[in-house]
Each structure stands twice: as C-alpha cells, then as structure tokens.
Ligand binder design. Structure first.
Ligand SMILES: [Mg+2]
Length: 260
C-alpha cells in the first residue's frame, strides 16, 4: 500500500518539497498528479509571505504543476485572515513588508496607514522586507505598545540566500517586540493558525486523517503534530536542523515516496 493511501488529504510545504528555489524537484509534479487522480485534496502551505497565493499558483502552473490560488496558504494570507477576523474589513493597520505584501493587505480589505498615522492603527502586522528602517520600527512599536492587535508571519531569525543567511522576519519582529514590550501572535509555521487555514482549504469532514509534508523537522513536522496532524518529513534536501527531538510519523526522500 502506498503511503498516500493512509491519508484523506495533505498539507504540502513548497520550498524543499515541491521545488527548490522555484526549480521543481524530480518526481514532485507526477506525485501531485497522482494525488489528484486519487481524489486526495491538497493544500500548499508556505511560510513565504513575499508573493501572493495567486502569484505562487501562477509560478507553479508555469512549472507544470496544476495548482489553484485557492489551494495556497501562505503565512501572509494567514496573517491577513487573523487580522480580518479580529479587526473587521476596512480597519486601519500599520504594516511592514514588501510592496507585494502591501498589495495583499489592500486586497484583503484592510487599510494600510502611513508612519505618521500610527496612532490611528487598530493593528500592527509584521513581515520582513529588505528596506526595513527606524521610522517603521518607531511607528510599529509605538502602535503595538498601545495594546492593539499585534501579529507577524513568523519568528524565523534568518532566511537562506545565495550568499548566506539574511536577516528574516524574526529579526525585525524582535526589534519591534523589544521596543514595544509586547509579544506578537504568529500566523505561520510552526504555530497553529497556518495549519488550520490549510485544513479549511481541504474541506474534509471532522476526523479525516491529514498529514503535513515538509522538509523542516521543527516547523513543518513539529508544528503539524502540535496542531493534531501527522507530520511526514522529506529527507532528500539536507535541511534537517540537528538537535530537535521531534519524531516524524513517516520519512520519505521526496514527494515521489508518497505514491510508491
Ligand atoms: Mg520547506
């Protein structure tokens, strides 16, 4: 029996599982097709807040993977859902992020405020971006200090780039938390909200058996298990940090291992 037969649906990480830096990993497109043929619903769950679900879907389609924007859950889309639930449509927020993230804030129906208007902010939304500066730190931390909704996409301190580790959202968030004396809610992996958002996409009945498939033992596997799901580790890409005590429910070398 193939491993896929043991589950009703899957949450699947993108980087290190479906692709590496947008280059498809061998066998992943075929495995995803097989899941679709077997009627197993799939949601793609990624911490990357830089591009929107629609854009992610477009890149996947270009690579030959059948994916719809509605199947893609990012830490950014989860953060915006949390903010909308809490604040309601039209709320003014102070946000930090790339222009792509700001477009998602507007598309979600929230109103991003200028730095000088921080006192009007009903929420502070934090995602990393390369132009983060003192003015943003000041506006975000002063608004957060006032006790408004305060959330971020993640706490990853760094992100791997071609020339080494760049500061990630977690490093920027640490500065805002330090200056505000507050601790942010986290939308992305390993925290629960993004897994719940993925389950919502699957739309399976209560009690359905769902596994998260990822290449990070701490965020993907550990986070999924803490949210009540099984965690399947993809081992083929050397991205397993040492020293974690999480035990995956299954290990596969690549997505192809699901259907063998
Ligand atoms: Mg990954």
């Amino acid at each position: 029996m193939a491993l896929a037969d043991q589950y009703d649906g899957f949450l699947i990480d993108l980087d290190g599982v479906v692709w590496l830096g947008h280059e498809l990993i061998e066998g992943s497109a075929r495995a995803l097709e097989a899941l679709s043929e077997a009627g197993k619903p799939v949601a793609f769950v990624t911490n990357s807040p830089r591009i929107s679900p629609a854009e992610q879907a477009r890149v996947m389609q270009e690579q030959g993977v059948q994916a719809d924007a509605s199947q893609i859950v990012t830490a950014g889309s989860t953060l915006l859902s949390l903010a909308l639930d809490e604040l309601g449509s039209g709320a003014g927020v102070f946000a930090t992020g790339t222009p792509g993230f700001f477009q998602q804030v507007v598309d979600a129906g929230l109103n991003p405020l200028e730095q000088v208007d921080w006192e009007m902010a009903e929420g502070v939304l934090v995602t990393g971006h390369p132009r983060f500066d003192y003015g943003e730190l000041k506006a975000a931390s002063m608004a957060a200090r006032g006790g408004v909704f305060f959330a971020a996409t993640g706490r990853d301190p760094t992100m791997p780039m071609a020339d080494g580790l760049w500061p990630g959202t977690g490093s920027i968030l640490a500065a805002i938390e330090t200056a505000s004396g507050r601790k942010a809610r986290i939308a992305g992996k390993p925290e629960r909200p993004i897994f719940l958002a993925g389950l919502e996409v699957l739309g399976l009945p209560e009690g359905a058996k769902v596994a998260m498939i990822g290449d990070r033992l701490d965020t993907d596997v550990g986070g999924a298990q803490a949210a009540g799901l099984d965690g399947i580790l993809v081992t083929g890409n050397d991205s397993i940090p040492p020293g974690t005590e999480t035990t995956p429910d299954h290990e596969i070398e690549s997505l192809a291992g699901l259907i063998l």
